[in-house]
Design a protein around this ligand. Structure first.
Ligand code: PLP
Length: 404
């Protein structure tokens, strides 16, 4: 059966150029980048070149790039590396679990967190972040693009607020001055879809993950602005200027850099507007199904910025997980807005925070297109989906009103 993959926000396949770039580093050039002999030097050279590419990707200095194992590690490092008992964290109610769970662990260590709620559109209002700042606020962590809705957050505005706040702190240096506020951006879902610029966004830390942008799984990078007092999460050898111990994953790092290079080209070759047009066509087609609507889109007068490949849609009287399975049986891969926690299907915390009720949150699906998506893929989904929704509604206890 021909399969159509519309779950690019979960992960993406490697592209041939990435595989080719990585290939020598599995076998012929297998050296440890810390070794001083020729084999080690070859590996070190590859890591250095990859670091330069990632510095271009972030618009930072090469020395500000720390290689790691992916988005979860980058997010954890930002939070655990900066926060100490008595500090306060501001984040949002729509972050990925890599931030939410880290915040929960930090709560047991005496770090209090304020979770800023999004507006019903899925957007975080920078004024709400500003209003949440208190003495001892040490870190603000806001995602660039939401992984469920694709909504792009106003990180530059938030960066400006933090910079302003930090200027005031320096000016009013008193005995009780709480110290600088640092800013972390989880850019895992934005990287490769919109340009990154750590200088413009005014962040001190920014995490990305290779597998969301056609690179390998289990490798990522964290931008750490020079002078940011971040303690390493992993200690051991002196790798990554003592900011992340562990032998470098040379093939992974090389693959991520190639993926970043291709992503930068892709931001300029018209592939993003093409993808947005395809996503819009898919969305418009799906919305012809009665009792459906988009989560995180705003309205005609106030459109909400989103990454080009994602749409999140609710279908009344449908159980999202059942629709994911029904589509899977038809060869279509998408994601539901729910997560399975200890056997119970919980509605998405993101959609709930946006004000959806549990039933609608459970009835929502995420469609996220690969860059290689075609008109034919969209046609196939538009053909299969109405029938799948209709069948589920016919047998749905939700539709029959028999669910409590
Ligand atoms: N942050 C966001 C917004 C994500 O979507 C993800 C993965 O889905 C992560 C962090 C975690 O990244 P990784 O899979 O590389 O650990």
């Amino acid at each position: 059966m021909l399969r159509i993959y519309m779950d690019a926000s979960a992960t993406t396949p490697l592209v041939p150029e990435v595989v080719e770039a990585m290939r020598p580093y599995w076998m012929e050039r297998f050296g440890n980048a810390s070794s001083i002999h020729l084999d080690g030097q070859q590996a070190r050279g590859a890591v250095d070149r990859a670091r330069d590419t990632m510095a271009d990707f972030f618009n930072c200095h090469a020395a500000e790039v720390v290689f790691n194992s992916g988005g979860t590690e980058g997010d954890n490092t930002a939070l655990f590396g900066l926060l100490r008992p008595g500090d306060r964290l501001i984040t949002t109610a729509i972050e990925h679990s890599a931030i939410m769970e880290a915040a929960a662990r930090l709560a047991t260590m005496g770090v209090e967190t304020t979770f800023v709620a999004p507006r019903p559109t899925g957007l975080i209002d920078p004024a709400d972040v500003e209003a949440a700042i208190r003495p001892h606020t040490r870190l603000v962590s806001v995602m660039l693009a939401n992984n469920e809705t694709g909504v792009l957050q106003p990180v530059e505005k938030i960066g400006e607020i933090i910079a302003r706040e930090n200027q005031q702190i320096t000016r009013t240096e008193t005995g009780s001055a709480p110290g600088a506020i640092y800013f972390h951006i989880d850019a895992v879902q934005g990287a490769g879809k919109v340009p990154l610029d750590v200088r413009r966004s005014g962040c001190h830390l920014l995490s990305v993950s290779a597998h969301k942008m056609h690179g390998p799984k289990g490798v990522g990078a964290l931008f750490v602005r020079r002078g940011t007092p971040m303690e390493p999460l992993l200690v051991g050898g002196g790798h990554e200027r003592r900011r992340r111990a562990g032998t470098e994953n040379v093939p992974g790092i090389v693959g991520m850099a190639k993926a970043a290079e291709l992503a930068m080209l892709g931001l300029e070759d018209g592939s993003i507007p093409r993808l947005a047009a395809l996503r819009d066509r898919l969305e418009a087609g799906i919305l012809r199904i009665p009792g459906s609507g988009v989560n995180g889109v705003g309205d005609r007068d106030h459109p909400v910025p989103r990454v080009a490949n994602t749409t999140n849609i609710w279908f009344d009287h449908v159980e999202g997980e059942a629709l994911v399975i029904a589509l899977d049986l038809k060869g279509i891969a998408v994601s539901g807005g729910s997560a399975c926690h200890s056997g119970a299907v919980e509605p998405s915390h993101v959609l709930m925070a946006m004000g959806l009720d549990k039933t609608r949150a459970r009835a929502s699906l995420r469609f996220s297109l690969l860059k290689s998506a075609s008109d034919a893929d969209v046609e196939c989904v538009l053909e299969a989906l109405p029938e799948a929704v209709k069948r589920l509604r016919e047998i749905s206890p939700v539709a029959a009103g028999t669910l409590g």
